[in-house]
Design a protein around this ligand. Structure first.
Ligand SMILES: [Zn+2]
Length: 320
């Protein structure tokens, strides 16, 4: 058993972390700047974010490497530093995990390439695999326990990322997709289709992340749990629906709202529960406390409905 499987075997549910980009913006990262550069420019600030989540109760922390493929780094002319920046990201999370007072899994975050795969777009499958393999190698070298593919909308890009991870490392792999377009991913994939495809990829866990807030992820978990009551499903919801307020993205999900969401997704079948954009250690602490104080009442919902909401997908994708 790998470290994540051991933790899953020992616990009915696990607490993941919350948003990284949100915390870095609060710490002074300018919109449009590559967050991955902070792994070498401001390692203390990255470690402080990890420490905050661990102290809030997170048992899984995601490295600051969401945009760390060469494809995304190329936008900042940093494509030659992909290995180095990913290695640094994993080292920072590893150091905080090792210093924690409870077992913490370091998950190497792998976000979308930002490009569209062939045949719809121009990104060749082999090129994508090579890019993800480079990122995975850096994350493994820095001490990641597991590779965590997230915010995906295209099943073939998930497949390329998984293949890249397996080509470069022996680490276990988790993958989550984002169902922010009327209950489907931007590329039209339903939660049930995602489960059918991803469950054939020998992943340690799978599920949904980001999107339009708790109601959407609750529907995603209901649909996946209806398909399979054994698989460890991941729910990492944004803290509410993103809205523009005075030119800035604002999330309306308070810690209390996210605590209610945590109880619900656990009842709907999620076993790894965290948050995404707009959340902070305060949200994770409220979720962890609510989960600890509430008995599990699993509910199998046969007809799962995800709530359709208008989206500003591109903006959020850039921010991770
Ligand atoms: Zn997010």
């Amino acid at each position: 058993m790998n470290k994540l499987e051991q933790l899953l075997a020992a616990n009915e549910y696990l607490i993941a972390d919350g948003g990284m980009g949100t915390m870095l913006m609060a710490a002074g990262l300018e919109q449009g700047d590559p967050p991955e550069m902070w792994n070498v420019l401001h390692p203390d600030r990255i470690r402080a974010v990890h420490r905050g989540y661990i102290e809030a109760g997170s048992q899984i922390i995601l490295t600051n490497s969401f945009g760390g493929t060469c494809f995304r780094l190329k936008l900042h002319n940093l494509q030659d530093r992909a290995y180095e920046l990913n290695k640094a990201a994993a080292e920072l999370a590893r150091a905080e995990a090792n210093a924690a007072d409870h077992p913490v899994v370091v998950a190497g975050s792998i976000g979308p390439s930002g490009e569209i795969m062939e045949p719809v777009g121009a990104l060749r499958f082999e090129t994508a695999v090579a890019g993800f393999a480079e990122q995975a190698a850096g994350l493994a070298a820095g001490g990641a326990d597991v590779l965590w593919i997230e915010t995906m909308s295209d099943v073939s890009e998930v497949r390329a990322a998984v293949q890249g991870c397996r080509q470069a490392t022996d680490l276990p792999v988790v993958a989550t997709m984002t169902f922010d377009t009327n209950g489907r991913t931007m590329m039209g994939v339903t939660p049930a289709q995602a489960y059918a495809e991803l469950s054939a990829m020998n992943l340690t866990a799978l599920g949904g992340n980001c999107g339009n807030g708790p109601a959407e992820i609750e529907g995603v978990i209901q649909a996946m749990y209806a398909a399979d009551q054994i698989y460890p499903f991941v729910a990492k919801s944004n803290a509410g629906i993103p809205e523009y307020v005075h030119g800035h993205l604002h999330y309306n999900g308070t810690p209390e709202v996210m605590a209610e969401y945590a109880i619900k997704v656990r009842n709907y079948g999620a076993r790894i529960i965290g948050a995404c954009c707009g959340s902070s250690p305060a949200h994770i602490a409220a979720m962890a406390q609510a989960l600890a104080n509430t008995p599990i009442e699993r509910q199998l919902v046969e007809t799962a409905v995800a709530v359709p909401t208008p989206v500003r997908t591109r903006e959020r994708r850039r921010r991770g």
